[in-house]
Design a protein around this ligand. Structure first.
Ligand code: 5AD
Ligand code: SF4
Length: 445
């Protein structure tokens, strides 16, 4: 029997990409076949994101395009899955007549049943959130992989309730995945030739698994994964500053193959705004964490997320954010304008009172400062030698490889006889604000 072809498109964060790999696995096990060409698909899935209004707008636009595709091809079925499905089930069904199937992030095992319902002409929707589902034993299908680096989801959900954030509502309660299944997945990836795994969770530092008397916390889990094989590099994201422990930093400094890069979203440099954001730390506390990171891991790269124009933010608060950025010398940052999300604590209790124009101006200032900081950080790396994991041929030149160093910086260097998956010692000779450029020094690492 010919297998039905499906196409999947992913918006949003790494967690969502990781979820799409689960979806592909579930469907492949049920006699569906993935295609890279939406035109030949009988089913199209859109894995959606709700984090900011513009993320949702992009999906609405895509749905309008798909609606016209469906007019030409009425047998096409369209499924909306992920965070927006969770948040807007009713609206998606009513307003977008093109949508046949809706599935929240915790029901991907039931997709085959939902597809059968949709094919029978029924409206198929399930957005139940689970307190247990971690897709622990499902082997993700790495359908868009570079064969060198992979994500492993170690926990789901979030209970931090940062005032601006929709995630606790779209992804539900926090739950950790059985560590044995995580170890198995990492070991299998190594055997298949992968050389780097990134452990993913909304807040990896609250990873917690109990069995009998044994408790596995995040430092223990990280140590177990790092001990599989020195050839397998380990990264993780994201850490909430309130939970990043000295014990974790000790584990990172002890293992060469745990990368020296920590993503530590600050969100704002003003203690007053941090309190309104319900971040549960102050500017001083955050600075202390960075000092401690540098004490244990002097060459650790630090990256961050910043929101500009949160409710009541003044020029003084904004200056605090800029001064925090300069103090921390962030190597990299994701920077956003505040976007009010329905149901969140901020939407309920605070007024979105910073004018759009002011938000944009402040964001622009933040972006320009970060560009300088990233460039300066890269310039400081000139003449240094890094161990780089080659990932792929450079997009700009087929004679160059592109990879990353432990600090997560992109490094481009002449290919010579090296190939993706090799560790290469590279001396940095030049840089741009976004990339380090260098040459291999020898191959004895
Ligand atoms: N508006 C703007 N940015 C947001 N983020 C989360 N929620 C919002 C929002 N409502 C940002 C935070 C978070 C990153 C993933 O997205 O900086 O760390
Ligand atoms: Fe990821 Fe958050 Fe977007 Fe959901 S809303 S896809 S958790 S970034």
């Amino acid at each position: 029997m010919e297998k039905k072809k499906f196409y999947i498109e992913t918006y949003g964060c790494q967690m969502n990409f990781s979820d799409s790999e689960i979806v592909v696995s579930v469907l492949k096990d049920n006699d569906f076949e993935i295609t890279k060409d939406p035109k030949e698909a009988e089913l199209i899935f859109i894995n959606t994101c709700s984090i900011r209004d513009n993320a949702e707008q992009r999906v609405w636009k895509r749905l309008r395009e798909l609606k016209s595709l469906k007019k030409k091809k009425p047998e096409l079925r369209i499924g909306v899955i992920g965070c927006m499905a969770e948040r807007l089930k009713q609206q998606l069904m009513e307003e977008e007549k093109a949508v046949d199937l809706i599935a929240g992030p915790d029901v991907y095992r039931h997709l085959p049943d939902l597809i059968s319902m949709a094919e029978a002409g029924q409206k198929a929707a399930n957005v139940l959130l689970s307190e247990e589902e971690t897709y622990a034993e499902i082997s993700p299908v790495r359908y868009a992989s570079n064969q060198v680096t992979a994500f492993i989801s170690i926990m789901r959900g979030c209970e931090n309730f940062c005032a601006y954030c929709v995630v606790p509502f779209t992804r539900g309660k926090e739950r950790s995945r059985n560590p044995e299944t995580i170890l198995k997945e990492a070991t299998k990836l190594l055997e298949e030739g992968y050389r780097e795994v990134t452990l993913l969770g909304q807040n990896v530092n609250s990873y917690h698994w109990e069995k009998g008397n044994g408790i596995t916390g995040f430092p223990q889990l990280l140590e177990k994964i790092a001990s599989i094989n020195p050839l397998l590099r380990v990264r993780f994201a994201t850490s909430h500053p309130k939970d990043i422990s000295d014990q974790l930093l000790q584990v990172i400094s002890k293992h060469e193959n745990i990368c020296n890069a920590i993503h530590l979203p600050v969100q704002s440099g003003s203690s007053r705004i941090l309190k309104l954001m319900n971040r549960k730390y102050t500017r001083e506390w955050y600075m202390d964490r960075i000092r401690t990171i540098k004490k244990y891991i002097p060459d650790c790269a630090i990256s961050t997320d910043i929101i500009s124009g949160f409710c009541t933010e003044t020029e003084v608060d904004h200056k605090d954010t800029l001064s925090m950025m300069k103090w921390a010398e962030y190597d990299y940052a994701f920077m956003f304008k505040y976007s009010e999300r329905p149901d969140t604590l901020a939407a309920k209790n605070l007024k979105d009172d910073v004018p759009e124009k002011v938000k944009s101006e402040r964001l622009q200032e933040i972006i320009e400062l970060q560009q300088q900081l990233s460039f300066e950080s890269n310039k400081r790396d000139i003449d240094k030698v890094f161990k780089v994991l080659a990932e792929s041929t450079s997009r700009r030149s087929k004679n160059h490889l592109s990879g990353r160093n432990s600090q997560n910086k992109v490094v481009v260097f002449p290919k010579l006889a090296y190939k993706p998956g090799d560790y290469v010692k590279v001396r940095i000779t030049d840089c741009t604000p976004a990339t380090l450029i260098g040459k291999a020094v020898d191959s004895d690492i």
